[in-house]
Design a protein around this ligand. Structure first.
Ligand code: DHB
Length: 307
């Protein structure tokens, strides 16, 4: 068992928010999903106060080593989430971490307060990749904004608060330090990197309905490693490291860089059981001693494969 902010986890692998729909998976796989759930905790897709339709299509663009997406955070909104989804998610055999986003500290506070009362929720993750409507600044891109957000919401719950850092800013480590100083229990990183693709049939126009989108997958793995290491040098709180994890070796690299647990995201679209596969393989590596933990391949093979 691993202790993460006081939550007991059976292994160190969770999902990245929005990359695994546990309720849809339950319908597709039935109770088999509950008997062999791929993650040690389930992180929900972002919940907002009001329902959102999401962005117009197209919403996805495949990259040579990853995915560009602009989904636009569709969700049913707080009221229906509490009434319809939360009771079902409580059936999962793992702790539930609810990801929330608001357009101002006050809005985030209303979400935090609502979930604070619900026993089904083990922790909250704050999606700060959203502009503050009052200041126009991305709440997670500026240490002052992040500090102000935590000052508004920290006292509303005793549940752990995890701040999901954005890589799209001058210094995620400085933002992480502000989050820690203002009461965050953990940080998670990296969120997607902003990117775009041009429409092959309409010169000068972006492909995605949302214009720009988020890059994820193997393309961002090196960015994640560097940022996790830098954040670790600035904070003592636990880190959820994620970005391009496809195998136990990638997970183990993030753990060595300073993460306490790891997230699997884009890989779950290819293989819904990727989390389980990575967790099982990590456990196998752990029994083989420190040298083996550094890689399931010999160093020369790792260099040749360059993955
Ligand atoms: C959405 C996409 C992302 O890649 C992300 O990191 C957050 C939200 C979305 O469009 O829903």
């Amino acid at each position: 068992m691993i202790d993460f902010c006081g939550i007991e986890l059976a292994h160190p692998v969770v999902n990245g928010s929005g990359t695994f729909d546990a309720l849809a998976a339950r319908r597709a796989f039935g109770d088999a999903l509950l008997e062999d759930f791929p993650f040690a905790a389930f992180v929900s897709k972002t919940v907002t106060l009001e329902p959102r339709q999401g962005n117009p299509p197209p919403r996805l663009w495949e990259l040579p080593a990853g995915l560009l997406n602009s989904i636009g955070l569709p969700n049913k909104g707080l009221r229906r989430y509490l009434a319809e989804d939360l009771p079902e998610l409580a059936d999962l055999p793992v702790p539930l971490i609810v990801n929330v986003m608001g357009a101002s500290p006050d809005e985030v506070g209303r979400l935090v307060a609502a979930f604070a009362e619900r026993d089904e929720v083990a922790a909250l993750e704050l999606n700060v990749s959203c502009p503050n409507v009052k200041t126009g600044l991305l709440m997670g891109a500026d240490p002052g904004e992040t500090a102000a957000l935590l000052d508004e919401v920290r006292h509303l719950t005793s549940k752990p608060l995890i701040v999901k850092l954005t890589p799209n800013c001058a210094s995620p480590a400085v933002v992480a330090a502000a989050a820690e100083a203002h009461g965050a229990d953990a940080v998670s990183l990296i969120n997607t990197l902003r990117g775009m693709a041009m429409d092959p049939r309409r010169p000068g126009r972006p492909w995605l309905g949302g214009g720009t989108g988020g890059v994820s997958g193997p393309a961002v793995r090196a960015v994640a490693l560097a940022q996790v290491r830098e954040v670790r040098s600035r904070v003592a709180i636990p880190i959820v490291g994620m970005g391009g994890v496809q195998s136990a070796r990638h997970a183990s690299d993030l753990l060595e860089a300073g993460a306490d647990i790891v997230g699997v995201g884009t890989e779950s679209f290819r293989d819904p059981m990727a989390g389980r596969r990575v967790a099982d393989e990590l456990a196998r590596l752990a029994t083989r001693g420190p040298a083996a933990r550094r890689g399931d391949l010999e160093p020369s093979a790792r260099i040749a494969q360059n993955g």
